[in-house]
Design a protein around this ligand. Sequence first.
Ligand code: HGY
Ligand code: MN
Ligand code: MN
Length: 409
Amino acid sequence: MTINGTRLLARIQELAQIGAIEGTQGCSRLAFTDSDREGRDLVMTWMTDLGLTVTVDAVGNVVASTSSAGATGAVMAGSHIDTVGTGGRFDGNLGVLAGLEVIEATLAADIELNRPLAVAFFSNEEGSRYPPDMMGSLAYVGGMSVESVLEIEGADGTVVGDELERIGYRGAAPCPGAVPHAFVELHIEQGPVLDNEAVQIGVVEGVQGISWTELKFIGQSNHAGTTPMSLRRDPMAVAAEVAVAARSIATDLGGTQVATVGSLTLHPNLVNVVPAHATMTVDLRNTDETLLRQAEQQLMNSVQQIADREDVIVESRSLARFEPVEFDERVVDCIEALAKQKGLSTRRMPSGAGHDAQMIARVCPTGMIFVPSLDGVSHNPAEHTDDEDLVAGTQLLADAMLALTEVTW
Ligand code: HGY
Ligand code: MN
Ligand code: MN
């Protein structure tokens, strides 16, 4: 069965117009915003136009199945269509539109299958507006209650439940949701490995561990001109040292350890005022859980030392914490064998980014397929993957999904 690459590329292009970032090929569709709603509406229209049975659950996860009984026991593809604020057009969107394309091509070929096919987009995979990331798929597998999802407050002061209501996606379908027979997520690599090595397909063995911490440093607001340095309790001075410490922890640990300070806000954020408080986030990741815990411990030791020295109070809270995940060898092997049969170059690799697949792996055999990201750039409007890689990845997803309808676990 051959997928229709032209149709796939046209849908990627059409969805990317929603929340398009002027002058780039990127888009901005933060979770539960109007642009997210518009993107959801468009993809749902494509799903219902195919005659699929479409459900919306209590946290806005959308699942479309070829079976009127829903997605239980289906071979499911899926990902997300929300983006970071300065996102690309492929992150998440590819996996959803590729899954839709596989189903449409399979229906058109009138192939008899032992199992239904399904495709899903999960709510708020990015976690940028409302932590944690992979929020919708985490709830879908019962890793977080619907109640606790709905009450989460974003940095902008809005609440998930209200926003879901406002955009009309607080659905009636049960959450946790239907358990698939198998799940495969096609995604851009978002890193430099495949592009650097000129490899066409990443056979993903698992996802690294993720630790997001919010740190609030409370000092004393004061006059920038009259306050001697020795009398300051400056939270920005603490934040700056902590950011450097986080970076050193990653470079000293080496290996896959990474550390990112992605957000920092000062209050009152005025040129002539020593800040009252500084709030920052630290994103730590590692494929090894023991090393990730070591990095977390080192970070908090540094935080406390620096804050104590500056007589600044620290408040910290975890925004997300997921241990590394390994995908099911049977699915990983299936993807690799099919790619090689097609003559595609492949390499096995971990995922540096978080994905919905790492949550669905809790309930059914799961795997991922990566296609190259040009220069490894992602979470950036310049994110790019060549058409031939998008089509090859989607065809491999189709082959894998159909093969998985034949296996019993
Ligand atoms: O944070 C991540 O890795 C993903 O993009 N949500
Ligand atoms: Mn993604
Ligand atoms: Mn992302």
